[in-house]
Design a binder for this molecule. Structure first.
Ligand code: ADP
Length: 395
């Protein structure tokens, strides 16, 4: 079955056509700068040259129309006709407590996604736009919503209630929801397959531009580092992660910042970018640190330390841990970062094999034979997970 997977942001849209029988990606691409100037579609058909199409792309409907046209284009298309697309799967950022799994999109589901806009004010509206635009262009194609938060709905209150007056949980749904759920679910599933163990106990470290750590017990998320929003947890590319909340009013008063400006500072100007003053990109930081830049080195050290501390903290939630799995841009590609993190876990008998670890982007066990817990690298594949859920529900 061929599935169109769509991940809509406010000004961008990523897509893939996946054949779920062979798990082959037929084409993928990205529309950038929707509603801004210089908008373009970057389209990569499998086995053919990449195509860039510049066009005026005022909204998501025009963006999706361009994608669909490219898919059946006589020169670089990968489909004979759009009828070959049997279903579409949409990534949706927040489904609150309600959506504990993926759902077929109908009016009721759409209303539900709208209800959680206050919890993801930037993301859910863009996801809805993508859904509505696809629906208009492909009215007879079944569509499925796959939520980033669903995987974490198995958390217990002890891990999702914040220590503020309980009434705000009741009044405004303030609680930990977590994020990257589809990635954590995929990596936990693959880890279970690789290790040949069904009810896997694994701590998944999704380390990318945004990073989150999830404790997965018997295949279910029991705790995760991101919170009501993706700002909580470890330091990230540009997000602060955990800080003393009292810094917010203190700094706000000193610098005369509005709530909006403070939100921007913590989300866009902090993290390893804020610490280093150089970049949010870990490759730049590794280069700068190698050349002796102390603040780049400090930023990398803080990141490694944050991740290792979360792993240590989450180890208290298991009687027995099978694996620690690294994924996403940094987790898959930075051998030095994996090494720095795992070295901090020596007290628990967890040991990395430096030679095995010296690689990037491959599914592999990288711990020593005598390590108390297996350490793996598992490249994530959220799109495949979305496609598989979509087929399951659309059937
Ligand atoms: P996003 O959260 O945007 O999906 P990714 O998972 O793609 O992010 O991760 C992006 C991050 O991965 C960037 O900070 C980038 O520097 C980092 N990264 C990619 N390749 C490497 C590499 N070879 N070494 C270190 N970091 C890398």
């Amino acid at each position: 079955m061929k599935v169109l997977v769509i991940n809509c942001g406010s000004s961008s849209l990523k897509f893939q056509i996946i054949d779920t029988e062979t798990e082959e990606v037929k084409a993928k691409g990205l529309v950038e700068r929707i509603g801004i100037d210089n908008s373009r579609l970057k389209y990569e058909p499998a086995g053919m040259d990449e195509v860039e199409i510049f066009n005026d792309i005022p909204d998501h409907k025009v963006a999706i129309k361009m994608v669909l046209d490219a898919l059946v284009d006589e020169n670089h298309g990968v489909l004979e006709s759009l009828d070959e697309i049997e279903a579409a799967g949409h990534r949706v950022v927040n489904g609150g407590e309600e959506f504990n799994k993926s759902v077929l999109i109908n009016d009721e589901a759409l209303e539900g996604i709208k209800r959680y806009i206050p919890l993801a004010p930037l993301h859910n509206p863009a996801n809805i736009e993508g859904i509505l635009a696809t629906k208009e262009l492909m009215p007879n194609t079944p569509m499925v919503a796959v939520f980033d938060t669903s995987f974490h709905t198995t958390m217990e209150p002890v891990n999702y209630i914040y220590s503020i007056p309980y009434e705000y949980y009741e009044k405004y749904n303030i609680r930990r929801y977590g994020a990257h759920g589809t990635s954590h679910r995929y990596v936990a599933m693959r880890t279970a397959e690789i290790l040949g163990k069904k009810d896997i106990n694994v701590i998944v470290c999704h380390l990318g531009n945004g990073s989150s750590i999830t404790a997965v017990k018997e295949g279910k998320s029991i705790d995760t580092s991101m919170g009501m929003t993706p700002l909580e947890g470890v330091t990230m590319g540009t997000r602060s992660g955990n800080i003393d909340p009292a810094i917010i009013p203190f700094l706000g008063q000193k610098e005369n910042l509005s709530y909006e400006e403070m939100d921007n500072l913590l989300n866009k100007k902090s993290g390893v970018l804020g610490i280093s003053g150089i970049s949010s990109d870990f490759r730049d930081l590794e280069d700068a640190a190698a050349k002796g830049n102390e603040r780049a080195k400090l930023a990398l050290d803080i990141f490694a330390s944050d991740v290792a501390k979360y792993i240590g903290m989450y180890m208290t939630e298991f009687e027995d841990l099978d694996a620690i799995a690294f994924t996403a841009g940094v987790g898959e590609n930075s051998a030095s970062m994996r090494e720095a993190i795992v070295e901090k876990l020596a007290i628990a008998g967890i040991k990395i094999d430096k030679q095995e670890n010296d690689m990037r982007g491959k599914e592999k066990i990288v711990s020593t034979d005598d390590s108390s817990v297996k350490v793996l690298v598992v490249p994530t594949n959220e799109e495949l997970m979305i496609a598989l859920d979509t087929v399951e529900l659309a059937k």
